[in-house]
Design a protein. Structure first.
Lengths: 447, 539
């Protein structure tokens, strides 16, 4: 299948105009020693053939009928209207709005996105998007280093392990030291970040404290206390949050967050094996000049018409080059549009329903397992919509259930050796009573 | 993210219906109000089920959230009907130019047609509903697709190994620089090699990336032919050099005709040769950077392999590497855990699964030399599906035709526009050609910005302007291979008409654009008085 329109006659005409006899002549500047003449890519396919090929591969995935897997990516309803909006090819096949006069659709939707993220978080400024929560959090830590002119970063070990790994990678280049603040994972422990542990680590060399709300185990952290600990040391408080939880949990600005990051995937973006998702970042206006990523601002034209433009670009790589706040260029704009459409579609009542139903079903799930004596909550703190449950022979039963099309959450011991036999089980508004019942039955059957 | 291709209702100008005159009377005249204007308490588009009696009762025995943790501030999301929100976003979409509406020769961005079957592919439920942490036993399809795409990218680029993880080109660059750092460190030269050489024609991301990776940037000047100055390069290379980052073909659209000598000089100095692969669309099947001796290159799947640009992403920026950098690739990599690679490939290209084959992700800590993760999970998977579909549909012959026709189109515009605009580097180009508007500026006071705005009035997206920085009043034109000769000829006519108008009526060019939803916007004012969000309190 070829997507090029040129006929043999077109080729003739173009070659004539250029004054060469063959297309080969246009590649004569490639030194012969390194010129390639072929590659072993398989031959072209028709649409019918390529569909069969893709269908074969997609068909090898056995999508679980029932899943309690979250741990950073969540199965939520994607309202049909969200797919309709991002499917508009006027959005999908445009690029970065370098020419604002013909990009007002993209620009205004980003301004609305920034407005919605500020409203959710209570913060003053939100960027146009980052690759995902992990990179947004890593960039937030680097931003805190620039703001404080310090070069150590403290992060709670109750933050999503993948986020911590990405943070470590980003900090390795400029040589920023990463220090972990312990969480209380002892037998009978809360599973929360240790505030006194944070206080011990935070000193005049630490640029920020990074904490997650709810944390990786679903636990609701004492954010105000952690924020106080950071501020007492003159450090920034960087908080990684889950966006649907903000219908129920306090807006980060109200507990003193300086930089807020989040994974926007729960807001209308399919799981799609891990991407594309969208990283959110919001901050205080006073810090905006150190903020990475694109920003859209409102302005007007000569006739007084309101319009939107990319603004404060003096932070960005195409202007500042080696002095830029970040190298980020292409981001996740279409996914940010999905989040904008999602938040618009569900509104405040819908977001609250999603959060409350997810919480209720997580509690239903935990209660059902406890009631049947199948498992016990391993960590004591109140949780949002994910719960750590210990059950005997969890590894074997997790694998056995997967064979039956049930994914019984995320095996926590792979990252936290002290959490033996403990599974992290997530519920969302899509988790039904029947699915909880099926999990209980299946666990009993593979006991 | 299926693309529903539906042309907007057009008015006489051929543009979207939302180009109607703004209403008078408002202090600021509004083309399309913010969504918040359509909000009324109690309206809604989507609702969710109530929890069952059983669920609520079961939940009461579980710990309640502490009061201090609860939200007390307002949550003023819009409250709108589904129809009103759909109309709002549809009307906004009409304010955009897009590939699916018209010519988009934005240099360096490869705005080619995004085939719709790719959207069909990414939307397969087997892919869209695949959780990134699902056990490998249930994710064989996702893992196979990643493995096969990496195999195809290896073959296309000539590199021995590929990681798909980076989310965009700039992140691919960062990955490359962090691997460079890890490589030098592994040889005990981590402290010694502190500088990265970057030609003056480079994308801004290159020096920004080098800084993010903790390197100092040294700029290498271009020669009068638009290539890298080999003498200046050799002079700058020493045992403090960590890497050269070079875009090839360059941002001038010119293939480095001494690229073999450039690579040899870099390697001889013990440095890493990084190729920015943003312009790979020009050289498919003609130049394989890995085979030619480069150590690392990022691919832009959204450029070369035609995944939709989405108004600024998502993209995907996999990296290919030479054997000496392979140990440092970010992980986890998708692996063929059981089965013979040749047989699996052969079967896959014939549309068959290989019995007994099995795919897996690297275990954590399996490759301790890895620089680690650069993002969560394994990458922008939805883009992998689209790029894989595109490569398979095109096949070997199609991919070669992509570059042939992209280069042909750019050279056609080079010769057709050379009479109207200055061509600072008048030689065969690759996928893009860079003109200068300096003649129009000097002789008629018409800047490249004015020319770009005048192009808008013809329903065409302007080229990239004022880049590369080494060309005065630059106009960087990348037509791509998917535009017909008729479209190219019309663009030539438009560019000639604007050049004539610059001579005869320069003020008219400076007044452009007149047909767009808004005129030139006050960008300085936007930066001076930042208005970055809706003010709910004032509303």
């Amino acid at each position: 299948m070829a997507y090029t329109p040129h006929t043999a006659a077109d080729h003739e005409r173009m070659l004539d105009a250029i004054g060469v006899t063959s297309i080969e002549d246009l590649f004569a500047d490639i030194p012969p020693a390194v010129r390639a003449d072929a590659f072993a890519v398989p031959p072209p396919l028709t649409e019918q053939e390529v569909r069969n090929d893709v269908a074969r591969i997609a068909g090898r995935n056995r999508i679980p009928e029932i899943s309690f897997l979250g741990a950073g990516a969540y199965r939520h309803l994607v309202p049909a209207v969200v797919g309709e909006v991002i499917g508009r090819s006027e959005f999908a096949t445009a690029y970065t709005p370098y020419q604002p006069e013909v990009s007002q659709g993209t620009l205004q939707s980003i301004y609305e996105f920034q407005s919605l993220i500020c409203e959710l978080t209570g913060m003053e400024v939100a960027s146009a998007s980052h690759y995902d929560a992990a990179t947004a959090t890593a960039e937030a830590a680097l931003m805190a280093c620039r703001l404080t002119r310090r070069n150590r970063v403290a992060i709670s070990s109750a933050v999503n392990p993948q986020v911590r790994q990405v943070l470590a990678t980003y900090c390795s280049g400029p040589g920023i030291e990463v220090v972990e603040v312990p969480a209380d994972l002892a037998e009978g422990g809360s599973g929360l970040t240790q505030v006194d542990g944070a206080q011990r680590i935070l000193d005049g060399s630490v640029a920020c404290l990074v904490a997650q709300q709810p944390n990786f185990f679903g636990g609701v952290e004492p954010m105000a206390e952690l924020g106080d600990a950071a501020h007492a040391a003159g450090a920034q408080f960087v908080t990684l949050v889950e966006p649907t939880s903000l219908a129920v949990l306090a807006a980060p600005a109200t507990y003193g967050a300086d930089i807020v990051t989040a994974e926007g995937q729960p807001l209308g973006i399919p799981l799609s094996f891990g991407g594309p998702y969208v990283g959110l970042m919001a901050a205080r206006m006073a810090s905006v000049r150190q903020m990475p990523g694109r920003l859209v601002g409102a302005t007007r034209d000569a006739a007084g018409r309101k319009g939107y433009v990319l603004t404060l670009q003096a932070r960005e790589q195409h202007i500042r080059r080696e002095k830029a706040a970040s190298n980020i260029c292409t981001n996740q704009a279409l996914c940010a549009l999905a989040a904008t459409a999602y938040l618009t579609a569900v509104g405040p009542a819908g977001l609250r329903e999603v959060a409350e139903l997810s919480m209720t079903q997580a509690r239903h799930l935990a209660a059902a397992l406890e009631e049947r004596g199948l498992g016990e909550r391993r960590l004591g703190a109140p949780y949002f919509a994910e719960v750590a449950v210990r059950l005997p022979e969890a590894g074997r039963r997790h694998a056995a259930l997967a064979e039956r099309g049930i994914v019984a959450g995320y095996p926590l011991w792979t990252h936290y050796p002290e959490l033996t036999d403990t599974l992290l089980l997530a519920a969302t508004e899509l988790t039904s009573d029947e699915e909880i019942g099926a999990l209980v039955t299946a666990l009993e059957e593979v006991a | 993210m299926s693309v529903v291709d539906r042309p907007p209702a057009a008015d006489a100008s051929g543009r979207g219906a939302a180009f109607a005159s703004p209403e008078a009377g408002d202090e600021l005249r509004i083309v399309e109000p913010l969504i918040f204007a359509a909000s009324a308490p109690g309206r809604r588009a989507v609702s969710f089920p109530r929890p069952s009696e059983d669920a609520r009762e079961a939940a009461t025995g579980q710990p309640a959230l502490p009061g201090a943790a609860l939200r007390t501030s307002a949550l003023r999301l819009p409250e709108v009907s589904e129809l009103d929100m759909l109309r709002h976003f549809n009307r906004l979409s009409h304010l955009n130019h897009a590939i699916d509406l018209g010519f988009y020769p934005l240099g360096s961005c490869t705005m080619k047609y995004n085939p719709k079957v790719n959207e069909w592919a990414a939307a397969r439920p087997g892919f869209a509903e695949s959780h990134p942490l699902d056990p490998a036993a249930v994710s064989q399809g996702s893992l196979e697709l990643e493995w096969l795409l990496a195999e195809l990218l290896k073959e296309i680029s000539g590199f021995g190994a590929v990681s798909l993880q980076p989310a965009a080109g700039a992140q691919g660059e960062l990955t490359g620089m962090l691997m460079t750092r890890a490589y030098h460190r592994s040889r005990g030269e981590g402290e010694l090699r502190t500088r990265v050489l970057v030609p003056d024609s480079a994308h801004g991301t290159n020096p920004a990336t080098a800084s993010m990776a903790g390197y100092e940037t040294v700029t290498i000047r271009s020669n009068e032919r638009g290539g890298i100055d080999l003498g200046a390069l050799r002079e700058a290379l020493d045992d403090h050099t960590a890497a050269l980052m070079i875009t090839n073909p360059s941002t001038l659209g010119i293939f480095e005709d001494q690229i073999d000598q450039v690579i040899a000089a870099v390697r001889e100095a013990g440095a890493i040769a990084y190729m920015d692969g943003a312009n790979l669309n020009a050289i498919l099947g003609r130049f394989r950077p890995g085979a030619a001796g480069f150590d690392v290159m990022h691919f832009n799947l959204h450029k070369t392999f035609s995944t939709p640009h989405g108004g600024g992403g998502p993209g995907a920026g996999p990296v290919g590497v030479s054997d000496r950098l392979a140990p440092f690739l970010p992980g986890p990599l998708p692996l063929l855990a059981a089965g013979d690679a040749d047989e699996v490939r052969r079967n896959a290209w014939a549309g068959r699964s290989t019995p007994g084959s099995r795919f897996a992700l690297e275990e954590r800590g399996e490759r301790p030399t890895s620089i680690g993760r650069v993002r969560a999970f394994t990458g922008n998977f939805g883009m992998f599906v689209r790029a894989y579909t595109y490569i398979r549909a095109n096949g070997d012959a199609g991919l070669r035709a992509v570059s042939d026709d992209a280069v042909l189109a750019a050279n056609y515009l080079r010769v057709r526009l050379a009479d109207a605009y200055d061509l600072p580097y008048d030689r065969v180009c690759k996928h893009e050609v860079v003109f200068s508007g300096r003649r129009q500026k000097r002789e008629h006071g018409v800047s490249t910005l004015d020319i770009a705005k005048a192009i808008l009035d013809h329903g065409i997206h302007p080229p990239t302007i004022y880049f590369p920085l080494i060309v005065e009043e630059a106009l960087m034109i990348e037509p791509t291979e998917t535009e017909s000769l008729e479209t190219l000829d019309r663009f030539v006519e438009v560019m000639h008409a604007i050049a004539r108008q610059a001579e005869t009526d320069p003020e008219a060019v400076k007044r452009a654009p007149l047909t767009t939803p808004v005129g030139r916007l006050d960008e300085a004012g936007a930066a001076r008085r930042p208005d970055l969000r809706h003010d709910f309190d004032a509303a």
